[in-house]
Design a protein around this ligand. Structure first.
Ligand code: UDP
Ligand code: MG
Length: 311
């Protein structure tokens, strides 16, 4: 039997928030009056999340499935693991921390009824720290320039996908990816709706500044080679300018004689270009590293156990 809806939720150390999530999510879905399944993916939590998920599974085994990963593979890989096991005609992703109100799921599904195959969401009055909001705004702008992906709020994971998009994502065996962008590239008719956003009630954000930067590298390198092209373009401009500079110095030496003043200016210029070069090597490394990961063909994630009712 095919459920109308599969809900995929990644869980990483969310013991403090899970009870509240269960208490709101199930009634919200029951109210929609459709056949649903909820797939929780535990992303290697080391708190009591697993015990809570087991308990919830035993309470509602007919609509609950739990995938326990063997370690922490990251939010997007956890969602991928969930996607591979979804059976629903439509799939919705959601965070476990209740920042995306489960009551909004109906709104996304109603939009899909209008014929859209991918419904993203825009957080109204986003309740996060100011630096997260401004970093997001900057990254949204950058992505808009670097890729052909049109999306107002790439960071919001409350999204609904048609089956055909999920099938395409499942065939994409990427080891590092950014799901909202990947889905967008497969969508025929995407749209967005505004949704409410709440402050994280319990626990802390799982994204430090460092992890956030890593994640955004996944987004940029996964969907665009424009940074590399920019870099080679900068290289062209710099070598042209420095060529002119060499000619100038040569002529100057012939006409006026050798010079020693302005040595430090030259140092400054040299150091600037060394910086640019190091950045470029690092950028190359980001791409090469991902290629390396991809060609090794290691499993993207390991599953420890799956809790589900066998029919
Ligand atoms: N998450 C995960 N693995 C990770 C990091 C996060 O499964 O390595 C889950 C986390 O439990 C939550 C969701 O991804 O359900 C979003 O994480 P978080 O709320 O910390 O991100 P933020 O809202 O701060 O962007
Ligand atoms: Mg959150």
């Amino acid at each position: 039997m095919t459920p109308d809806l599969s809900v995929v939720i990644p869980v990483y150390n969310e013991e403090r928030g899970l009870p509240a999530l269960f208490a709101r999510l199930y009634p919200a879905l029951d109210r929609l009056g459709l056949n649903y399944e909820i797939i929780f993916v535990n992303d290697g939590s080391h708190d009591h999340s697993v015990a809570l998920l087991r308990e919830q599974f035993s309470q509602r085994p007919e609509v609950t499935r739990v995938i326990l990963l063997n370690g922490n593979f990251g939010q997007h890989m956890a969602i991928m693991a969930g996607f591979e096991r979804t059976r629903g005609r439509r799939v919705v992703t959601l965070d476990a921390d209740l920042q995306n109100p489960p009551e909004e799921i109906g709104k996304l599904l109603a939009k899909m009824d209008e014929g859209y195959d991918y419904v993203g969401s825009i957080r109204m009055r986003r309740a996060d720290q100011w630096w997260r909001r401004s970093a997001s705004r900057a990254m949204n702008h950058l992505r808009e320039r670097l890729t052909s992906i049109k999306m107002t709020d790439q960071g919001c994971m409350l999204r609904a996908y048609d089956r055909h998009i999920i099938d395409a994502i499942n065939e994409t065996k990427e080891v590092s990816t950014f799901i909202p962008a990947l889905a967008y590239t497969y969508a025929a008719n995407p749209t967005e709706v505004p949704v409410a956003h709440e402050e994280r009630a319990h626990g802390e954000s799982k994204y430090s500044l460092y992890r956030l930067i890593r994640l955004n590298f996944d987004l940029v390198t996964g969907f665009s080679v424009v940074p590399l092209q920019w870099f080679s373009f900068t290289g062209i401009v710099i070598s042209l300018l420095s060529g002119l500079f060499v000619i100038y110095l040569m002529l100057r030496r012939l006409i006026i004689g050798p010079e020693v003043q302005g040595v430090f200016t030259l140092f400054a210029i040299a150091f600037f270009f060394i910086g640019v070069m190091l950045f470029g090597i690092g950028l190359l490394g980001e791409y090469v590293g991902r290629i390396y990961q991809q060609v090794r063909h290691r499993p993207r994630y390991l599953i420890q156990a799956v809790l589900e009712r066998t029919e």
